[in-house]
Design a protein around this ligand. Structure first.
Ligand SMILES: Cc1cc2nc3c(=O)[nH]c(=O)nc-3n(C[C@H](O)[C@H](O)[C@H](O)COP(=O)(O)O)c2cc1C
Ligand code: SF4
Length: 440
């Protein structure tokens, strides 16, 4: 069902006004954390809440925080002299992944534009608990309005003592016994899909070419500038003040036992009312398509649904009763990914869609590892051959079993041997369309 939890401020606050934000409970969570000074309690609460990352990989957020807090940074600091002093002094970093480059995903933009202070507060709470003094927001380059609103929010938060050298202490009315230092910088991406991958993103912030690092070590041990780093998606950070203030139960009142909470889904394609909708986890996909997004145009029939974006899988029309929860999606071989739901009616040319997906991965592969560098190229070539450069199959004869087998083999090698998630998922949508006989 449609709900408002993480989107509760959208349309209700002036995104430029910190007073509006405060009037609706903003910064009370940060005050609570600072006053209590019980690092373990709030991380335990987050673990109990069962929040998992909303960027795609669904890693438990509380566990990530705990791992970073426990990590012991190397001393003396190994970074080269060229690393600015203010970064050297931060024993860990907080990074908000606002690259939002997954196909069909636009939820983070809405949160950044409509409720920027909540993202900033979520990062600040995390920084206090992890003793970080520097944070970064890595923002998709095309998000100009989000950039303006975030920049404004950071300036105002600094001026009002919610960011900077002595957070909250300047306000004599605040019943606090402590203060701490934390500030946030914005880095704008230049349009590479791979820079949304967390370690490629760190390389990009460090001023290097955006290529993923081998893991382990994981970011919680050695992330940005080699320091323990907590990187979370925008929607994940937006959940933090709410869970910190209202407790795990407030989050768990939505969703299922294994998938608590809410999720913003982005519905696009052949629906009458495309858009982003916050739903309770476990809401059936059919309800999202037919009720929230207005269903298909009259007279049209559903052909397929791509769930999870380019890195996701296709579903058949008879699979759309699946509840949108991690456990039910994985039981049919699908993932939630970034929350993208792309709907195709019977007018769509799926061969053309598959070829565009293949071209996307070929173009966006960073080329660092061979399985993906070569595999994404071969995958595209095979689809190009089958379609003769058009958006349909070349002729009416069946696609050769040899071509299909090469596609499957290439996909299997990319999945098993690629260095990062891009190569590991570059074939999943394409192969799922074949497996489900959506293209013949
Ligand atoms: C190719 C690729 C692109 C990604 N793009 C994004 C992105 O745009 N935004 C995002 O939050 N996570 C993205 N991720 C996932 C991040 O690597 C990381 O898992 C995430 O930022 C962690 O935050 P979370 O735990 O809150 O989900 C991407 C991963 C891969 C492999
Ligand atoms: S899997 Fe692809 S994107 Fe990832 S490191 Fe290898 S070549 Fe680069």
């Amino acid at each position: 069902m449609q709900v408002t939890f993480v989107t509760s401020n959208l349309g209700q606050v002036d995104p430029a006004s910190i007073d509006d934000y405060i009037a609706r409970g903003g910064y009370r969570a940060l005050e609570r954390v600072c006053a209590a000074q019980d690092y373990a309690q709030f991380t335990e609460e987050l673990k109990t809440a069962g929040l998992v990352g909303r960027g795609g990989a669904a890693f438990p957020t509380g566990l990530k925080r705990e791992m970073a807090i426990r990590a012991e940074p190397e001393h003396p600091y190994p970074a080269p002299e060229s690393v600015p002093e203010r970064y050297r002094l931060s024993s860990s970093f907080i990074v908000c992944n606002a690259d939002e480059s997954e196909t069909g995903t636009f939820k983070d933009r809405l949160l950044l534009e409509g409720d920027p202070f909540r993202i900033v507060e979520g990062m600040t709470i995390t920084a206090f608990l992890a003793c970080a003094t520097v944070g970064f927001i890595y923002l998709r380059g095309e998000y100009l309005l989000a950039y303006e609103r975030l920049s404004h929010a950071l300036r105002v938060a600094r001026a009002r003592g919610f960011l900077g050298k002595s957070i909250l202490r300047d306000d004599s009315s605040a019943p606090l016994t402590t203060s701490f230092e934390f500030d946030i910088e914005i880095r704008r991406g230049a349009g590479a899909y791979i820079c949304g991958e967390e370690t490629a993103l760190f390389e990009s912030i460090e001023g290097k070419r955006g290529e993923p690092r081998a893991k382990p070590p994981f970011p919680t041990d050695k992330g940005l500038f080699q320091r323990p780093t907590i990187i979370n998606n925008v929607e994940t950070f937006a959940n933090i003040p709410l869970i910190t203030l209202e407790g795990a139960a407030a989050h768990r009142r939505f969703g299922t036992e294994k998938s608590p909470g809410t999720r913003i889904v982005c519905v696009s394609g052949h629906v009458r009312k495309p858009g982003a909708f916050e739903i309770e986890m476990g809401t059936p996909l059919r309800y999202v398509i037919e009720e929230l997004a207005g269903g298909l145009k009259p007279g049209r029939k559903l052909q397929a649904v791509l769930i999870g974006g380019a890195a996701g899988v296709f579903l058949r029309p008879d699979e759309i009763d699946v509840p949108l929860a991690f456990e039910s999606l994985s039981s049919i071989g699908a993932t939630f990914g970034s929350g993208a739901i792309i709907v195709f009616d019977d007018t769509a040319r799926l061969w053309g869609v598959l070829k565009r997906l293949a071209r996307f991965f070929r173009d966006e592969s960073c080329g660092k590892c061979f399985p993906c560098q070569i595999g994404t190229q071969r995958q595209f070539e095979i689809l190009e051959r089958i379609t003769g450069g058009k958006s349909r199959k070349l002729d009416e004869s069946a696609v050769s079993e040899v071509e299909l087998q090469i596609l499957r083999d290439t996909g299997a090698v990319m999945k098993d041997a690629s260095l990062c998630g891009l190569g590991q998922t570059a074939s999943s949508a394409i192969l799922s369309a074949f497996e489900k006989n959506l293209v013949t």
